[in-house]
Design a protein around this ligand. Structure first.
Ligand SMILES: [Zn+2]
Ligand SMILES: [Zn+2]
Length: 380
């Protein structure tokens, strides 16, 4: 079967021919890949030649966002059957630490995990994949054509979940008792700034807007960009970060409410990300999800930063990856997002390719680019 990935010692992206995987254990599921999403991680792997290949291999199949159809199941599999549409999670736990032993490998504390398509394990830019039932999540029949968004949305779900869990320390975040961070109406009376209007920033904004959070999104694209159109379509406000300093951005966000409750970093722009900490509101939370790839050394007033974080009870938290539960949350929210924001998810897919187009998939993208999807096999 055809696969796209990286070859040890060679830069760029390559195709290779692999034998079709087979079910070897009674709890395994064989899936025919239908669509695979390409995201910033994949582009960065190619651009910066970030190879993370298993020791006993000379290649890695890329791709960690997928949707497919079950072709066969092992004798002990109960939750999915041939013909079901499914998505697969990305990380495979270390098998040692308590988070991994409790299906929370996204919180692995040994670092000995692997990740499909990223870290020492083959991914989904290919025709078939086999995995254990616990990593396979069934997709409701009416969501099949949007399910390629499950993995990226699960990343946003985890970030927002972290915010809500940690900020439940503030039951009186506003004057309304039913607006606490763990209540259904948690987003009311809250203001958020999302950094980066790439797919993750847009999906985080969708979740914030679903919860009625007053949301600003900052990026460095012009007002007429498709990204900005999506931001405004969700009822969020766009900030062109090219014309505002981090201080000015926060002052702008704080102008109606006086408080910026949430910063969601999804750009990986390290300097802006760090500088923004200086302007956090009291008791607010800052979740970082973007991963910078270049080295960047900057000067900070460390004493001032520590003083401020202590005196203002502030939280800066990182959030990476997601677990099965976040995939299930994403599958619940996909129809809500797409109906509330009229076909928004379809609109996010600006580029579609076949597996055979592997060289074009990673060509430099224009400012109109938001999301690339590889159509491995057409839906019937
Ligand atoms: Zn672990
Ligand atoms: Zn309120």
């Amino acid at each position: 079967m055809l696969a796209i990935g990286m070859l040890r010692g060679k830069s760029g992206v390559h195709t290779f021919d692999l034998s079709k995987p087979e079910i070897m254990q009674p709890d395994e599921v064989l899936v025919r890949v239908k669509e695979a999403g390409v995201d910033g991680t994949d582009f960065n792997m190619v651009r910066h030649n970030l190879q993370d290949i298993a020791e006993d291999r000379n290649e890695i199949v890329m791709g960690h966002e997928m949707v497919g159809v079950v072709e066969a199941v092992g004798s002990e599999v109960r939750s999915v059957a041939p013909g079901d549409t499914v998505v697969m999670t990305v990380r495979r736990g270390c098998g040692i630490c308590q988070p991994c032993l409790h299906n929370q490998s996204d919180m692995c504390i040994t670092g000995l995990y692997t990740e499909r398509g990223i870290h020492k394990r083959d991914g989904f830019f290919t025709e078939f994949a086999v995995d254990q039932e616990q990593y396979v999540v069934k997709v409701p029949a009416d969501l099949v054509k949007l399910a390629v968004f499950t993995e990226p949305l699960s990343i946003a779900e985890k970030g927002i979940e972290q915010i809500r869990l940690i900020q439940s320390r503030l039951p009186w975040a506003c004057e309304h008792p039913d607006h606490s961070f763990l209540s259904a109406d948690w987003g009311r009376c809250k203001t958020a700034l999302v950094l980066g209007a790439g797919p993750l920033g847009i999906l985080a904004t969708a979740l914030l807007r679903l919860a009625e959070v007053y949301t600003y999104v900052a990026d460095i694209v012009p007002e007429d960009s498709p990204k900005v159109h999506l931001v405004k379509h969700m009822g969020a406000n766009y900030i062109d970060a090219r014309s505002k300093t981090p201080k000015e951005m926060v002052e702008f966000c704080c102008s109606p409410s006086g408080n910026l409750d949430i910063i969601f970093e999804a750009s990986g722009a390290a300097a802006t990300a760090i500088e923004l900490i200086n302007y956090m509101s009291r008791s607010s939370i800052y979740v970082m999800t973007g991963i910078p790839h270049e080295e960047l050394v900057m000067q900070v007033d460390a004493a001032q930063l520590v003083r401020q974080i202590v005196r203002y009870n502030q939280v800066v938290v990182g959030s990476v990856n997601s677990n099965r539960r976040h995939f299930e949350m994403a599958l619940k929210d996909i129809p809500a997002i797409n109906s509330r924001f009229g076909g928004m998810l379809e609109e996010m897919i600006t580029h579609r390719f076949k597996l055979q187009d592997y060289e074009r998939i990673f060509a430099p993208t224009d400012q109109k680019h938001i999301k690339t999807v590889i159509e491995v096999e057409p839906w019937e």
